[in-house]
Design a protein around this ligand. Structure first.
Ligand SMILES: [Zn+2]
Ligand SMILES: [Zn+2]
Ligand SMILES: [Zn+2]
Length: 564
């Protein structure tokens, strides 16, 4: 084990023997020569921040495909211009990424050369997977139908404004909704049906404003319940009594909806909760983990095994370190973002998807293997800086480049923030590690001042001038833009969204969808641990509930016996 000082924030961090064994195991081999990955020079948080600074999940811009000239959305801001192909053109034979290939120049930095290649070679406008029907407005999503502005989402139908949506039908305004139907304004709900304004629930249905409930139905404003029905503000009622209480409530009214939302928040602030979120975990340390084994320092993972410093990886990710999204059957990989889809042994790669293997320092690759410093390719092998080599040439040249990169101290580091294509403020890094423009620029990050133009609508109304109740909303609302009181950005209601609100008796939103996303994000615990004591047995625990919070936090054992 060694103690190290982070090169960036100067905090101390530990590299354990187990970590060292992992770095050794995933170190690449060329011609029987293993080239050791050095120990990290940044602490886990600074590594995650650096990775996230190259990932724009939320900001989309209207542009044209540079090949077929069709209108498309893209994640890339207009300046400086990035060559963009629509999904169809990118996958077509009408162009060849190897035409942008370059010889490696030993007199220059590797990162600089990859950055030039990235800038020159056209890339896909958005990151979309699978077959999608009538779902043009999405990014980092796939296999969905009739959906709009969903991200980190797959297998969804009729879903709008969701983040972390998997296998959902008719879910709107959510953060981590898995296998859910007809859920609105919910955060971290699994296998739920017909929930509104709820958080941390599993197998619940036909209820509103629940928190930390499992197996409950027909409940209203309840916390910490297991397998209950007809509970109103945590009180057991008869069906008749419950119906009478519910009849007095009209959640179609924006004012009433906010009142109950605030009441849930108030009630939860004095309640007892478990030290972490998630279930079915074995030998894990992290938060929001489901079905995980040996997952350490990891967050928002499902079906993971032997992983460390992994975030939002799902479905069979195994033996990985430092991965941000998405992981589906990803293994033996280190320092990657948005990678997975049956991929193996990816190092320092951004978007290695669908059957990729042995990629090092690659960017936006599909179905490719044994490539080094390549960008925007599919079905390629033995390429360096997008230039084609034979297997023998490849195995000879890569170790030479790595030798050079050891000298320049580039080997073992993720792409530098100066080479991100996005301003720090437009990336996921700003969500988890917020910086002012000045701070970001001082740290070598870019900043993006450009804002996409507002939708072209003549009539803009203030959110407070909307009818309070959905039943009073006329179809004309589709013709106006609503001004968000916080961001001052305007947004439109789309017809299918209005239909959903009317059917479910939900008031119109008053805030821009980016602001709504941010509010839901803030409802969750941060990715940070604090030392505190179980408020029942006084045992020492590490938890994402900071000590100054008003909830009572129990260790897992005490929470279990309190619940039974
Ligand atoms: Zn650090
Ligand atoms: Zn095109
Ligand atoms: Zn305890």
């Amino acid at each position: 084990m060694s103690q190290k000082t982070c090169k960036n924030c100067t905090h101390q961090f530990e590299v354990t023997n187990e970590d060292i064994a992992f770095y050794k195991q995933v170190s690449p081999t060329f011609n029987n020569q293993k080239i050791q990955i050095p120990e990290p020079t940044l602490c886990p948080d600074c590594r995650q921040q650096r990775r996230l600074a190259s990932c724009n999940e939320q900001n989309l811009y209207r542009t044209q495909c540079d090949l077929c000239h069709k209108s498309t959305l893209t994640q890339f801001p207009p300046n400086p211009k990035q060559g963009i192909y629509c999904r169809e053109c990118w996958h077509s034979n009408d162009w060849d990424p190897c035409a942008y290939g370059k010889d490696f120049d030993f007199s220059r930095s590797f990162f600089e050369q990859v950055y030039e290649l990235k800038r020159n070679c056209p890339t896909q406008a958005l990151s979309i997977d699978g077959i999608n029907v009538n779902s043009d407005y999405m990014h980092y999503a796939g296999s969905s139908k009739n959906s709009y502005l969903i991200s980190h989402a797959d297998f969804c139908e009729d879903c709008y404004y969701g983040y972390g949506f998997k296998h959902n039908i008719c879910c709107v305004d959510g953060f981590y909704n898995l296998h859910c139907e007809l859920c609105y304004d919910c955060v971290d709900v699994h296998k739920c049906y017909g929930l509104k304004g709820s958080q941390d629930c599993v197998n619940c249905s036909s209820s509103s404003f629940l928190k930390d409930c499992i197996g409950c139905k027909n409940c209203f404003l309840c916390i910490g319940l297991r397998n209950q029905e007809y509970c109103f503000k945590n009180k057991n009622l008869s069906k008749e009594e419950y119906d009478r209480e519910i009849a007095k409530i009209d959640l179609g009214s924006y004012k009433q909806y906010q009142v109950y939302k605030d009441q849930l928040k108030q009630a939860a602030s004095g309640y007892i909760f478990k030290e972490f979120h998630g279930h079915n975990t074995e030998n894990c340390f992290g938060d929001y983990l489901v079905n995980c084994k040996n997952a350490k320092h990891s967050f928002d993972c499902e079906d993971n095994e032997d992983v460390k410093f992994c975030y939002q990886t799902v479905l069979g990710a195994k033996n990985n370190y430092d991965i941000y999204q998405y992981g589906t059957n990803l293994s033996e990989s280190y320092e990657c973002i948005i990678s997975g889809g049956n991929s193996y042994h990816l190092l320092f790669t951004n978007e290695g998807t669908i059957n990729c293997s042995n990629l090092i320092y690659c960017w936006y690759m599909e179905v490719s293997k044994n490539c080094f410093g390549c960008t925007s390719m599919h079905h390629k092998e033995y390429c360096i800086l997008n230039k084609q080599y034979t297997k023998e040439e490849y195995e000879k040249l890569v170790p030479k480049i790595l030798e050079q990169m050891i000298k320049t101290q580039e080997w073992g580091e993720y792409f530098s923030p100066a080479q991100s294509l996005f301003g720090y403020n437009k990336t996921t890094a700003q969500l988890y590690y917020p910086l002012t423009k000045e701070e970001a620029v001082n740290k070598g990050y870019k900043w993006e001042d450009y804002e996409a133009p507002q939708p072209g609508v003549k009539n803009i109304i203030k959110a407070t001038d909307l009818p309070d109740n959905i039943k009073d909303v006329k179809d004309e609302v589709l013709e106006v833009a609503i001004e968000c009181p916080i961001t001052k950005k305007v947004f439109k209601i789309i017809p299918q969204e209005l239909k959903f609100y009317r059917q479910q008796k939900i008031p119109l939103p008053h805030f821009h969808y980016e602001q709504r996303h941010l509010e839901r994000f803030k409802q969750r615990n941060p990715r940070k641990f604090w030392q505190r004591n179980c408020q029942n047995c006084q045992k020492n625990i590490q938890t994402t509930y900071s000590p100054d919070r008003s909830e009572k936090i129990y260790c897992e054992e005490c929470y279990m016996s309190y619940q039974s």
